[in-house]
Write a protein that binds this ligand. Structure first.
Ligand code: AMP
Ligand code: GLY
Length: 428
């Protein structure tokens, strides 16, 4: 088979790495890829949101299966376009991708089907939103309805912040038309977890639960980022919680979509808060998460291509997931300044001297190769991954990888996986 992977982040590097291990695969192509992916497979300079360009690429290169990384092409309808041309593509249709593309849609769906989530109200007129805030004070969360590159959810500690958040989204239009509507919701407290399931619209297969580290700095402080590291399996999700999540959130969500006439196929990502009242949904995403994928994928023993095909063929119930009995940790090396302004084009040193194995990987995010040298090309630059039977060792090995590389103003969190250590060994 020839497979096209769309995207150019650490998530796509991990997917390409895993897909290449499938005996079914003859060739993998990535668009647009990055400096690390380029060393493994052919990369084509077509942007991830250029649907026509990707369609032409898939047709001209006789691609058998296209796998989409980021949300933007999915919510813009790439799956519908490819399917109309008879091409196989992994991911939800445009209507089904609205589970991520419109927070108002997702929240209303959850309310209608009794899926636990924060109490909320949605608005399309800022006047109504300001009125609502008079009776619903901080802490409170204001969210742009549409996609906002991970910046559209504002957790407000004061009433003024909440007022300003509505202004920013609806009047200053900081996220453009994504702010035509907003959700204002109750602020939940607890630990977060990311649940990935592969679903064919009827049945699902859960991948190991993981935990992202969204805030920039240690101790979960500072501004939110795309994610500064992740580990899996996250011990907070024990068997009992897995059962609760599957029966009160995942299955009802899949059934709800089917019942609404928009069956969901692909990877469904539930971002959850483990509250005192049980797990509640913060958001659904219509794709693999980044950086959780870089932690989760190395634990999967199955042929990933077989599983992707089963979600498209409606046969996922015939499969069971085989997971290495190990822990996987990934730590992100970011450019200084990220998630605000940062510089690109800094040379990256030390990578060639690192010995890479099945249990030790460097997944690239924002990197580029120029004249044989590797440079930074984004906010999140590299993702160091280590797999070990002991979470403590996996963490130590991921950090020893990061200490072996260097670029100007490199920044990383030093506490990735600490919540897992606290739970397993009471190490704080
Ligand atoms: P989202 O854009 O929905 O992924 O939210 C980004 C981050 O904001 C989440 O990972 C949480 O840390 C935080 N967040 C979103 N919604 C809530 C909520 N209702 N209560 C508390 N924190 C939230
Ligand atoms: N790690 C968060 C996301 O992929 O949205």
């Amino acid at each position: 088979m020839k497979i096209l992977v769309v995207g150019g982040g650490g998530r796509e590097h991990a997917l390409v790495w895993k897909i290449l291990q499938s005996p079914k695969v003859e060739e993998v192509i990535c668009a647009p890829g990055n400096g690390g992916i380029m060393e493994m497979v052919d990369c084509e300079p077509v942007a991830a949101d250029d649907i026509d360009g990707l369609l032409n690429l898939a047709l001209s290169r006789s691609i058998d299966l296209t796998v989409i990384g980021p949300e933007a092409p999915l919510t813009a309808g790439i799956v519908d376009v490819f399917q109309e041309k008879g091409l196989r593509i992994f991911g939800p249709t445009k209507k089904a991708a609205a589970i991520e593309g419109s927070k108002i849609f997702a929240k209303k769906l959850m309310k209608k089907y009794g899926i636990p989530t924060a109490e909320f109200e949605s608005f399309t007129d800022p006047k109504d939103a300001f009125e609502y805030l008079k009776t619903h004070g901080a802490p409170i969360v204001v969210k742009a309805d549409g996609l906002a590159a991970g910046k559209g959810s504002i957790v407000c500690k004061t009433d003024k912040e909440a007022h300003d958040a509505v202004l920013t989204i609806m009047e200053d239009r900081a996220f453009g038309s994504a702010g035509d509507g907003i959700v204002i919701e109750e602020c939940l407290t607890g630990e977060e977890a990311s649940i990935f399931v592969l679903t064919d619209g009827n049945d699902f297969l859960a991948l190991p639960p993981s935990q992202d580290h969204k805030p920039l700095n240690d101790g979960d402080t500072g501004p939110n980022t795309g994610g500064m590291g992740a580990y899996a399996p996250a011990p907070i999700i024990d068997d009992k919680l897995t059962y609760t999540i599957n029966t009160t959130i995942i299955k009802p969500a899949i059934d709800a979509m089917r019942n609404e006439g928009i069956p969901y196929t692909g990877l469904l990502y539930a971002g959850l808060m483990m509250t005192a009242e049980g797990p509640k949904v913060i958001e659904f995403n219509c794709r693999f998460g980044d950086p959780e994928t870089q932690a989760v994928v190395p634990l999967i023993e199955n042929d990933l291509v077989e599983l992707l095909e089963a979600t498209m063929d409606g046969t996922i119930k015939n499969y069971s997931i085989k997971i290495l009995p190990m822990y996987s940790v990934c730590v992100v090396a970011a450019s200084g300044g990220y998630p605000g302004k940062y510089e690109k084009g800094k040379e990256i040193f030390g990578i060639d001297d690192i010995y890479i194995s099945q249990n030790k990987n460097i997944f690239h995010s924002g990197t580029i190769i120029k004249e044989g040298r590797l440079y930074t090309n984004g906010g999140r630059v590299l993702c160091m991954n280590a797999v070990n039977t002991d979470l403590r060792w996996a963490i130590e090995q991921a950090y020893s990888l990061i200490e072996s590389v260097d670029f100007q103003n490199m920044y990383y969190r030093t506490d990735i996986g600490k919540k897992g250590l606290a739970r397993l060994y009471n190490i704080r």
